[in-house]
Ligand binder design. Structure first.
Ligand SMILES: [Zn+2]
Length: 504
């Protein structure tokens, strides 16, 4: 008998490759084997399929069954192959015709009682299927909204095995809701108005957000470093449609249910005990995205940055430089986008109290000095803004609470500054000041008024060549926030102070 065939998708990073699922029923003793480089979750698939088919009284052959996933060399992971395996089995048992499976991609995990469960990475898998010319898909009914985010597909949702075979025999199944009628996910973003005082730090955060600069917050525990960091996404502009699709695909792969495109910048805050794979992605065989990718087009916050393992910090270098992570395995190489804004925070010493007047800090000066230097040079080198924060006196606190500016007002200024940047930098294919190469800064764009200030700092050995570029980028952002066409001497002076972590 000829094998029955169905189609599924293997994901290598965010890239989908078509997988042909063949089921062959032979003669002899009952035994089911699954071949074609499956991972552990996929190897268990045959047990789920058998149990589910039995549960809905469709049965599993008592003859030997071979399930082959090809191309054989392609590594395959995950539980979403279940549905294509039972579909091919159904065709082999003549529960449906082979032609019903011919140009269709079928994705879904089975529970033991025959229900169809949601799968990770549905969005990138469907994008992959579409790229390979497959426009007809069957997906878990619970994920119809996620599937509908891919334009131009004919989508059918199924909630259990009987419904799957009904659809394969020509039934309707559930169809996808139109995207515009989809509920917009309410975004509960934290407001800057909740942070009392710290006007200077808030200003630094605004500059960082406007130019997409990396920022390092220094200060004792309780001054509001984390409060500020987690409010940065709330003052950033919306993602554009292409970014939103990429961010949604990454989060889908990480197992998040996507009901609408993620249109706001994401925020990731890995703990300082995070392993290298948790931080940059990895794991056995086919890697999964790490915190740097979950922060793609958003904010990566490293609280207590000096406590991160040197190896973990070192792993951030490549994504900081290239905006992506490449994970090479023997079987395949996965690429994950990872272009994020880095926000770090640190206490002044291991106990955190050395800069607080009257506090009992026992840390010797040598330890305090070394603590600050624990973040490796190449990472520190990427930081554009150093901001020191001090505790507020109680008398200031109440007044500061009342006058604090809300995120909406700040976001408007950030957006206006971004628009100035993108129109100025469009001819270079760039959008934000932080990404402008030194050569363009120094030779193509006009030099700020009072550039002698920076030259003096270089001559005195206070600023490196790389530092000059950073100061210029910051000065441009400060000018953009002030709606000025060219950075002034004052903007330059402020930029220099921010770069060196001095008080303004
Ligand atoms: Zn201390």
């Amino acid at each position: 008998m000829n094998p029955a065939r169905a189609w599924s998708v293997a994901l290598i990073g965010l890239v989908g490759a078509m997988v042909e699922v063949e089921v062959h029923i032979g003669c002899g003793l009952p035994k089911t084997i699954l071949v074609g480089l499956p991972d552990a979750a996929l190897s268990e698939s045959k047990e789920r399929c058998k149990a589910a088919m039995a549960a809905v009284k469709l049965g599993w052959p008592s003859d030997p069954v071979t399930i082959n996933l090809s191309p054989a060399m392609l590594p395959k992971a995950g539980s979403h192959y279940d549905l294509s395996i039972v579909a091919a089995m159904g065709a082999a048992k003549e529960l449906c015709g082979n032609e019903a499976l011919a140009e269709r991609v079928i994705l879904g995990e089975l529970s033991l009682d025959g229900r169809v469960r949601p799968v990770r990475g549905l969005l990138p898998a469907l994008l992959g299927a579409q790229q390979h010319g497959f426009n007809n898909v069957i997906v878990p009914a619970a994920q119809l909204r996620e599937a509908a985010l891919v334009e131009g597909l004919s989508i059918t949702g199924v909630s259990d095995l009987p419904e799957l075979f009904d659809v394969l025999r020509g039934g309707a199944g559930s169809s996808a809701p139109a995207v515009d009628e989809g509920v917009s996910v309410p975004v509960t973003e934290l407001d800057m108005a909740d942070v009392a005082g710290q006007r200077e730090a808030k200003w630094a955060i605004e500059v960082a957000a406007a130019g997409r600069h990396h920022i390092y917050l220094h200060g004792p525990p309780g001054v509001g470093k984390t409060l500020l960091a987690e409010r940065i996404p709330g003052i950033l502009p919306d993602l554009d449609p292409g970014e939103a699709l990429a961010v949604s695909a990454i989060h889908s792969l990480a197992g998040r249910q996507i009901a609408a495109l993620i249109s706001r910048p994401p925020y990731a805050n890995p703990h300082h005990n995070a392993t290298v794979p948790a931080l940059v992605g990895g794991g056995s065989r086919i890697a999964s995205p790490g915190a740097v990718s979950l922060a793609h087009r958003g904010v990566l916050f490293l609280d207590e940055a000096p406590e991160f393992a040197p190896k973990a910090m070192e792993a951030l270098r490549v994504p900081l430089e290239s905006g992506q992570v490449v994970i090479a395995r023997a079987a395949a190489t996965a690429v994950y986008p990872a272009s994020f804004q880095l926000v770090m925070a640190a206490n002044p010493c291991p106990c955190g109290m050395s800069s607080t007047p009257g506090a009992d800090c026992q840390c010797p000066p040598r330890v305090i000095r070394r603590y600050a230097e624990r973040v490796s040079g190449p990472i520190l080198d990427r930081v554009d803004i150093h901001q020191h924060m001090r505790p507020l006196r109680a008398s200031f606190l109440r007044a500061a609470m009342k006058s604090a500016e809300g995120s909406r007002v700040i976001a408007e200024r950030v957006l206006a500054a971004r628009q100035r940047q993108s129109s100025r930098l469009k001819e270079y294919g760039l959008r934000t000041n932080a990404e402008v190469p030194g050569a363009i800064l120094r030779r193509e764009l006009p030099l700020p008024v009072g550039i002698e200030l920076v030259e003096e700092a270089v001559n005195r050995g206070q600023l490196s060549a790389r530092g000059v570029d950073k100061v210029l980028r910051l000065a441009w952002t400060i000018a953009d926030l002030a709606q000025a066409d060219l950075p002034s001497a004052e903007h330059l002076h402020t930029a220099l102070a921010m770069r060196r972590g001095e008080e303004l």
